[in-house]
Write a protein that binds this ligand. Structure first.
Ligand SMILES: Nc1ncnc2c1ncn2[C@@H]1O[C@H](COP(=O)(O)OP(=O)(O)OP(=O)(O)O)[C@@H](O)[C@H]1O
Ligand SMILES: [Mg+2]
Length: 589
């Protein structure tokens, strides 16, 4: 329950709504209590007097009772409506705030956090868990206030009529609350089990559809379906159990209400012998008991709602309290001049224990281009991740313009960097918007978009589509080839006119000829900024000012294309092999 105290700040924010809601609850209940009292006094009058002498009198009286009863119900109902309007609306507002708070916190968290936690889990906490918490904020709070207000109003009236009968009719209520609490807890447990199955089912479906091409290519539809079917069966049987349990719930409550009514009539009837209660009093009691039953029944329900909300809030807090491992250390203006220095940098991935980089050192000055080449898994991408401070070095130092990367304004540094990641990601949006995404200026002109597309040598491809730059990509749009995606991703990096340009194997899916064209376009770009090109292919990096060859996280050779060839080492070996492959390819074409 302690976890829920986190939400108090929101109650404070919406204190006026909460207060107003409480006032409405009291008013609504006040009028609700007047109804039975009115019925009581009318019946008692009738029993005593002989005012009714004709059929007209009787008709008039019934209309009067009916009319007043309706009026009181209307007033009570109207305030009930206002109470929902304030308290339930408050809970929706808090829900909205909380979702935003969680979302913005998620965005602060780093790479490692996202590696550790499954996307499904992140989504659940922002949707499922927040919904549970809202049940506490809305109905939970509302029914609790309602119970207190109603109990005070009704029980005082009951005691006024007959203290003795009050004691008797109130006895079953706490028992009922307890029973309902037990039942609700059991139901929650069941629904939790159902939820677990449900999320397994959706994860399974999502994975299958995401990998549908592989599933179909290997004609594994039948197996996939069987797997789905098995999980769905499990889901079904758990849901069925819950339905049966649920079915007993309502009848039990109705039975208990009936029992209380019976008790009222029986004991009340006996009391009329010695005139300690009037007939009208008994009728009023029946009304009162019925009115109290629901709020008392809700105690059990509310308790279990609150418990569930507390469990959800604990999960939410766990993420909200996760401090980002990488935080922006400075809010000072940072203007990147162009110098990068790796000083004996090593990096070990915590989760796998793999030392991806081992004692890496190099310096890159303004306007220079570094080419990084090495086998797969040698640590090339890790260098870029460290440079962008997606990760922090395990040992050694990484200097940007002579300052530790940990001390500069990270947002601004990243804002001046253009990265083309190895695994291209394009949004389900238009091509134009995907390219514009790179720019810090939301209203960047179409000319700039076109210019970057031309530089990335993807312009001709784009205008060949019927919708050109407005072509939708992704799920409901067109599919691009690997090479087209890479080039759009390059255009995205170029449009921001970055001071630092990082290309991670971003020409792997284009042929050598296109690569040559793009590199020629980029030459001008490289002159103006500091750049790093990572590649498997020597053709992509041979023109760089500096080259490093890495193997298993260490630099094994470094120099320029010419000096490396002169070394006659690994680089030369790679070069001759790649040249030979290319010649073979050319001959076979
Ligand atoms: N998030 C991660 N968690 C654990 N280990 C990782 C992670 N990312 C990379 N590694 C490991 O670190 C090593 C270096 O990986 P890295 O991605 O830097 O290689 P790379 O040179 O870019 O390879 P490629 O050419 O295939 O892209 C690999 O052994 C890899 O398994
Ligand atoms: Mg890589």
């Amino acid at each position: 329950m302690k976890s829920l105290s986190y939400l108090n700040k929101y109650f404070f924010k919406y204190k006026w709504r909460l207060l107003l809601g409480t006032i409405f609850i009291v008013i609504s209940n006040y009028f609700g209590v007047q109804m039975p009292l009115y019925v009581k006094s009318t019946i008692d009058d009738l029993m005593k007097s002989t005012t009714i002498t004709s059929i007209e009198d009787a008709l008039y009286l019934s209309l009067k009772i009916g009319g007043i009863y309706m009026l009181l119900s209307l007033i009570s109902g109207f305030f009930l409506f206002l109470m929902r309007q304030t308290i339930i609306v408050m809970s929706r507002l808090i829900e909205f705030d909380l979702k935003n708070e969680i979302y913005s916190h998620y965005q602060k968290l780093d790479f490692t956090f996202y590696k550790k936690n499954a996307t499904g889990d992140l989504m659940n906490r922002i949707s499922e868990d927040v919904s549970q918490v809202r049940m506490y904020l809305g109905p939970g709070i509302m029914y609790s206030i309602n119970l207190v207000a109603l109990s005070i109003l009704i029980i005082t009236q009951m005691i006024k009529i007959s203290p003795y009968l009050t004691v008797f009719v109130l006895i079953p209520l706490p028992i009922m609350s307890f029973l309902i609490y037990k039942v609700s807890s059991k139901m929650n447990l069941m629904s939790k089990n159902v939820q677990v199955e449900q999320s397994m089912l959706s994860t399974l479906a999502q994975e299958t559809f995401a990998g549908i091409r592989v599933v179909k290519a290997y004609s594994r539809e039948k197996e996939a379906h069987e797997k789905f079917n098995a999980t769905a069966q499990e889901y079904k049987s758990k849901s069925m159990k819950m339905v049966i349990f649920n079915a007993f719930f309502m009848p039990t409550i109705v039975f208990l209400i009936g029992l209380s009514t019976l008790l009222t009539i029986y004991i009340g009837g006996k009391l009329t012998y010695n005139h300690s209660i009037s007939i009208g009093g008994i009728v009023a009691f029946i009304f009162f008991v019925n009115k109290l039953t629901w709020p008392f029944a809700s105690i059990g329900w509310v308790t279990s709602i609150n418990q569930r909300a507390a469990a959800s809030q604990t999960r939410i807090n766990e993420f909200l309290m996760t401090e980002p491992a990488i935080k922006n250390a400075s809010s000072e203006v940072f203007d990147f001049e162009g110098k990068i220095e790796f000083k004996n940098v090593s990096y070990t991935y915590e989760n796998s224990g793999i030392t991806a980089l081992n004692n890496i050192s190099f310096t890159l000055n303004k306007g220079e281009t570094l080419g990084v080449i090495g086998r797969t898994g040698s640590g090339k991408t890790t260098i870029l991740n460290l440079l962008m401070r997606q990760l922090d070095v395990t040992s050694g130092e990484l200097l940007i313009d002579g300052h530790s990367v940990k001390s500069i304004n990270l947002d601004q540094f990243r804002g001046q960097t253009g990265i083309v990641p190895q695994d291209v990601f394009l949004f389900s949006d238009t091509i134009a918007n995907n390219i514009k995404f790179g720019s810090n200026d939301a209203s960047i002109s179409m000319e700039r978009v076109i210019e970057s597309a031309k530089k990335a040598h993807v312009y001709d491809n784009i205008i060949a589509f019927p919708d050109q730059f407005e072509t939708l990509l992704g799920e409901r749009g067109v599919n691009l080839s690997g090479g087209q995606k890479q080039r759009i991703s390059i255009a995205r990096a170029l449009i921001r006119d970055p001071k630092l340009l990082l290309l991670d194997d971003c020409l792997s899916a284009v042929d050598t000829e296109t690569e040559e064209i793009i590199l020629n376009h980029l030459k001008e770009e490289f002159k103006q900024r500091t750049s790093i090109i990572v590649s498997h292919r020597i053709s992509s990096i041979r023109h760089a000012n500096k080259l490093i060859v890495i193997d298993q996280g260490s630099i094994i050779e470094s120099g320029t294309h010419e000096s490396l060839l002169a070394l006659n080492g690994v680089y030369t070996e790679m070069y001759t092999k790649q040249l030979a492959d290319e010649n073979d390819l050319n001959q076979s074409l």
